[in-house]
Design a protein. Structure first.
Length: 391
């Protein structure tokens, strides 16, 4: 994901809404309207396949139309859908030089009362030119995959100060390449419950339990795992422009055909809205994550430090930046040692919005991994110029 996209994910939209809050958020003039946009651009990627050596770079011409549809079905029910197509044409690439990627999202949300709500969201991605490449795999010109994620959330009050949330997520991965599929095709399920106690108007205390199961569709007898998480935390509105959130706890992971482990879990983040349309987000997380080399490693212990900033240079010009630092350790299977590595990601973008229809942006991204295992090293640079027109 480019830095400009990362920044946009952090921006929320607010409006004067009717009594049913976010579940009927579409103004009357937007009801039932299909919103269409098209993006055209040129970019360069110095390492298309994330190779440790023998990197292949290419200039890429992109055309990406997108359409979305929003509708308040009733005062209590909201539905939305969107579809995006990305066509990438490569000047220098082994194999296919024209790749098509697809994104389809659907959301349905309903408010039974002001405080009892259900929200279901599904996102289907067919990525032929993935942003996140697979570290440590042999040079493979086809790392494309299908990914489907469905999220469900049901929130309800227990009393005047305590609310509860039941949540579930299922993620399905299907790699196009047969060799990668045999190793990485899987289903990840997470489900759990949390409770919030409004200790003060600006302070919420949170307790949460999660259970995760990772099921590999091929050779799962050596790779499947189950985790239980128990955590507590706080959400604190320090001031009108500053908020912080934190969770600490533990994970108990049971691995198929490998020893289990108990690991701490932590996540903390803060957001500061220091000026209109300008903000700074920073945080830290510690967790266990899946690895792309499951023949030698069970998973990865990751420390993740991150920061994102968006700054309104003027009413029409916005600058954004992102930096992530990830010192991590791959957990070796029996007969293999652990491997330490560090990953750095940096990106910057400048966007110009001359009117309500046009957005012009320039971005630059750098990815770097330094590993004790040389085949996992990564050097990658990308720059892009894009223009988007919204009809």
């Amino acid at each position: 994901m480019t830095i400009f996209s990362r920044a946009l994910l952090l921006v929320g939209l607010t409006a004067a809404l009717p009594a049913w809050a976010v579940y009927a958020p579409v103004p009357d003039r937007e009801q039932g309207k299909i919103n269409v946009s098209a993006r055209a651009g040129i970019s360069h990627d110095s390492n298309l396949f994330g190779a440790a050596s023998g990197e292949i770079g290419s200039t890429i011409f992109t055309f990406a139309p997108q359409a979305s549809f929003n509708l308040s079905l009733t005062e209590q029910t909201f539905a939305s859908a969107s579809y995006g197509l990305v066509l990438d044409r490569f000047t220098h690439r082994p194999g296919d030089k024209l790749l098509d990627s697809h994104d389809l999202t659907v959301r349905l949300a309903h408010a039974f009362t002001r405080s009892t709500t259900v929200d279901v969201f599904n996102a289907l991605t067919v990525a032929r030119n993935p942003e996140s490449l697979l570290n440590g795999v042999p040079l493979n010109p086809d790392q494309s995959y299908l990914r489907n994620q469905i999220d469900g959330r049901f929130t309800f009050p227990l009393n005047a100060k305590v609310s509860a949330t039941l949540k579930a997520r299922s993620v399905y991965f299907d790699y196009r390449n047969a060799a990668l599929g045999r190793s990485l095709d899987r289903i990840e399920n997470i489900y759990g419950a949390s409770a919030e106690f409004a200790y003060l108007p600006e302070t919420k205390l949170v307790g949460e339990y999660r259970r995760q199961d990772v099921f590999y569709r091929k050779q799962g007898e050596t790779k499947n795992k189950v985790s239980d998480y128990l955590m507590a935390g706080v959400d604190y509105e320090v001031a009108r422009k500053l908020s912080v959130s934190g969770r600490v706890g533990a994970e108990w992971r049971s691995r198929r055909a490998e020893a289990g482990t108990t690991s701490p879990y932590a996540e903390v983040s803060g957001k500061y809205d220091y000026a209109p349309k300008s903000f700074l987000v920073a945080g830290y997380a510690y967790t266990l994550e899946e690895t792309s080399d499951l023949a030698r490693f069970t998973d990865t212990k990751v420390n993740r430090f991150f920061t994102n900033v968006q700054h309104a240079v003027s009413a029409l010009v916005f600058a954004s930046g992102s930096f992530t630092y990830e010192p991590s350790q791959l957990q070796g299977r029996r007969g293999f040692g652990d491997v330490d590595e560090e990953t750095f990601r940096f990106g910057a973008a400048l966007s110009y919005l001359p009117n309500k229809n046009w957005t012009v942006s320039a971005s630059y991204d750098v990815d770097r991994t330094d590993s004790d295992d040389a085949v996992r090293d990564l050097r990658r640079q990308r720059w892009a110029l894009n223009a988007t027109y919204a009809f």
